[in-house]
Design a protein around this ligand. Structure first.
Ligand code: GDP
Ligand code: MN
Length: 380
């Protein structure tokens, strides 16, 4: 789960990382009131789950409350990389002398946490990595050994930061960011820019924060931050129904049992010349309710032109899945063509059940590739 900037900063604040004071606003009037409360110049910042807001005109300085209202009017409704701005973060403006960058990610190769620090912040970090790789200090931390203060010193020297005041503050911020990353089961915490003010104060001006979905049950306060309005309507419905579903752009709706088979199904539809409308994993079961739930989610996407069931019976028996499909078709009215490929345990029995019931829009194919081709053909 990705957090908005203001949510990430809220979590930063809880772990003692210095951030600026701010308020959330959803209308120009609220932005004005927020600026009045905060006093002095403010920054009006689009809250969208994408980067590069500054470049897209989503971050603007405002001198006074009337200006904040005007800037809010400009930014609300803006489309930034396909994300429409509905919320603003109004923050006390900072004076900036330097912009640094600090992040922690997973390095899956070494199975360790990876810190990155550079004094070349403010721009996209990929650009620094490409153009000036020596400026980017890397440091691995073994999660089993935990973080040690000497590691922060090594990182700071590695980035070439020699001001004692900055070093002292950075030591604290690096250690706190580690605590924040581990303590919130994050997969990414990034501060860009981490600024130094003209008076030498170091502070987080932005946040990029991803929390491991599988760990959200341990963080109800963070789980609650999820923005249900911003979620795709099908994905929201899927979450409510407990269906594993990812929306894609195509026309062939897909249901597989097991994540691996479902992903292969997405691939094989592409191989057959089609475009998958979604990834959907029925999981181990194949009971009627599971099938009904998945079909409800898939058919609620009106881009879907055909549906492809790709089932491999292991522990789940194909006859059970076939009954599930037939019960689901009884319960709900689906006119879209449905292509079924059943293989594995009790596949013959499953195919026999489908052949006997023979709903007019149901097509049974013997192999995965043939079924994919048929589903693609029927979606055309
Ligand atoms: P991003 O473009 O989505 O990464 O959004 P940021 O929050 O990083 O803001 C983009 C840029 O706006 C920063 O790199 C800063 O240069 C500038 N900016 C943001 N907040 C302030 C502020 O309080 N004062 C000043 N002077 N500039 C700011
Ligand atoms: Mn940024």
């Amino acid at each position: 789960m990705d957090l908005y900037e203001y949510q990430g900063k809220q979590v930063f604040g809880r772990f003692g990382i210095p951030v600026s004071e701010g308020r959330l606003a959803k209308t120009p009037e609220e932005a004005r009131a927020a600026a009045e409360e905060l006093g002095g110049p403010v920054v009006v910042k689009a809250q969208v789950l994408t980067g590069g807001r500054g470049k897209a005109g989503g971050v603007k300085l405002a001198h006074d409350p009337a200006d904040a209202e005007a800037k809010a009017r400009d930014i609300l409704g803006l489309d930034i990389n396909g994300h429409v701005v509905r919320k603003l973060w109004i923050e006390q403006a900072s004076d900036i002398a330097k912009e640094y960058y600090l992040s922690i990610t997973f390095d899956r190769g070494t199975k360790q946490l990876l810190f990155m620090l550079t004094t070349e912040g403010g721009v996209e970090i990929e650009q620094v990595a490409d153009e000036n790789p020596d400026a980017l200090a890397h440091l691995h931390v073994d999660p089993l050994e935990g973080f040690q203060p000497y590691q922060a010193r090594r990182l700071i020297y590695g980035a070439g930061i020699d001001d004692p005041g900055e070093q002292k503050q950075l030591l604290g911020i690096i250690e706190k960011l580690y605590g924040c990353f581990v303590g919130s089961d994050a997969m990414l915490t990034e501060i860009n820019p981490l600024i130094v003010t003209p008076t030498g104060e170091v502070r987080a001006l932005d946040s990029k924060f991803t929390v491991d979905d599988s760990a959200l049950f341990r963080h109800p306060d963070i789980a609650e931050m999820r923005d249900v309005e911003a979620a795709d309507p099908q994905e929201r419905l899927a979450r409510e129904k407990g269906v594993t579903y990812v929306k894609l752009d195509g026309e062939v709706g897909i249901l597989g049992n097991g994540a691996g088979l479902s992903m292969s199904t997405v691939d094989v539809v592409v191989v057959a010349g089609g475009r998958p409308a979604n990834f959907c994993d029925l999981g181990g079961g194949g009971d009627a309710q599971g099938v009904v739930d998945a079909l409800e989610v898939i058919t609620s996407d009106d881009q879907v032109r055909s549906i492809f069931f790709n089932i491999f019976g292991g522990i789940t028996r194909c006859d059970e899945v076939a009954r599930g499909i037939l019960t689901a078709l009884d319960q709900m009215k689906i006119d879209l063509p449905i292509v079924v490929r059943l293989d594995g345990t009790n596949a013959e029995e499953g195919r026999r059940l489908l052949a006997e019931a023979a709903p007019p829009n149901l097509h049974v194919e013997p192999t995965m590739l043939e079924a994919a081709r048929r589903a693609v053909e029927l979606a055309a």
